[in-house]
Design a protein around this ligand. Sequence first.
Ligand code: SF4
Ligand code: SF4
Length: 311
Amino acid sequence: MVKNLSAQEIKAEAQRLGFSACGVAQADHVNPLAHTHFERWIKQGCHATMGYLENHEEKRVDPRLLVDQAQSVISVALNYYPGQQIPANEYQLSRYAYGKDYHDVVKEKLTALLDFLQANYGTNGRAFCDTAPVLERYWAWRAGLGWIGKNTQLIIPQAGSHFFLGELIVDQPADQYDTPQLNRCGSCTRCLEACPTKALEAPYWLNANKCLSYLTIEHRGAFTPNAPLLTGNTIYGCDVCSQVCPWNRFATPTEVQEFAPSEALLQMRKEDWHTLTKAEYQQLFKGSAVKRAKYEGLMRNINALEKGTNK
Ligand code: SF4
Ligand code: SF4
């Protein structure tokens, strides 16, 4: 007979491992609204050149196709809000990228949670963190962690949106599943108004082609003539739509040491960025997610900002 997992025990262990929030949902096909929303988003080309998002749609909308006999999705959130910030007048990196690569940090903690379940319940499953076709924010919502805001981020009440998400998809049912939270954006539209490139074309609708986060990280090669100009001071990612969100006034500094910025990063001044060599880049971002933009991509962003034009 299949043993039920204790949702309470899972959450207590997740907390012990340092996760800020944890919830459990029944593994199932995503609801039709989420499926249609995703399909429309892809169809309209809002994923820009991130072609991988077109693949494995059947798995993306049904976690039971990712893990044999999947019964439950355990969703977790890990706080990355840094206690120390890069000075406001210097070039900015998105706060999530200040420290070590979150994929490794979240995966390590998730694996420890899976080991705990394996030892206590004989659970089989897989850990995911932005590495497989999983609708992570949807599952975080389903597992009761928070709601998906108009800026498309997962917002945790009284905590905000500075969280990495991860999941365990496991082959056992839980004794209790969490209830999704109601959306609490209300009549607020601050994120839509503040987005410098109008990439948030409508509530819950982000066109990556216009998003500075996409352009500075995922986009390869030169900027296209139609790409919005890089604005502000950002050379990697963009935090505007999360910074203006009133729920982020509840953000508290993370206790995860790996996410703290290095002294070397905090000391970087504009002139240092302009003359950054590849060797210095590799040293500065050893084990960091910033490697995703590659040296050439980062320097392209810096040059574009310096000249005030992407073209
Ligand atoms: S990350 Fe920046 S550019 Fe992208 S939607 Fe948010 S505010 Fe707009
Ligand atoms: S800024 Fe306002 S509308 Fe946008 S996600 Fe936050 S609460 Fe929702």
